[in-house]
Design a protein. Sequence first.
Length: 320
Amino acid sequence: MFLIHQVPAKPDYLRVKVRRRLAQLGAVALKNSVYVLPASPEGRSRLGELAREILRLGGEALVCQAELLEGLADGSLEDLLRRASDAEYTAITAEAKRLASTLRRVRASDEAGRRRFGQAVERLRTRFDQAVARDAFEARGRDEAAGHISLAAGHISLAEDLAQGVEENDKRRPQPAASPSGATWVTRKGVMVDRIASAWLIRRFIDSLADFKFVTGRGYRPKNGEIRFDMAEAEYTHHNGHCTFEVLIERFKLRDSALRPIAEIVHDLDLEDSRYGREETAGVGRMIVGLAIASTGDEERIAQGGPVFDSLYQSFRRRA
């Protein structure tokens, strides 16, 4: 569908208002005064409303549904709309990364700061939902944006846990058995890279009979035989600038050299501080985000993440 319109030159705010409304609809400029939108009953209704508003403002407008015969194919229009959606998803992804990075500098005791960032993530999620509603052709950047919003939300959850007293204070953590077997390992719901990797490490190198339990994290009190990781007051969690995966390797004295590069990848993905800058990191991150979006729950995320880390482990073993 096309909106062909002309807005009076004055006052200037009229043009800005119309442009903003077109952007909210997800319409893309084909020419200066010609905008295109995927054909749908809702789109027709909303373009019609905008056309009537332009007429009320003293401008000219018409809405039409047309088949392009020469000069530009329908497929090219679809690509144009996809690129517009991808540009929005790229901006959302960048903002989610910025929020996650900034949140790490907020003190655990700063409740107002955590609340402010939580509200910012919710606004970003709303913006993402609106972008999805406009994205008729499923642009490629959608999944990555969704994954980074989930990561940002996960950082807020961890920050809330830290506020309850887990702030890198090993002395207050109960000490588990040196060699657990068949234990229930408890962590926060919504597992992402550090918890997925840690679950793989636990089952592969620490406790092959491990069961996993997923809880909200806040105020959870473990039952007999339960070991917590990557959550408030956990036996194993972030410590001295290390992610949980690194802490597990250190505390269980795992000396397998193939685990070190995996730890570096997990560290950079989880803490986003680019400390190690391994070339595999971006690809692993995309795989984890993809499987997290496609999965139906935490058990499935862990099950699907295992082969990713198995493959990495075998690759690094061959290089050793």
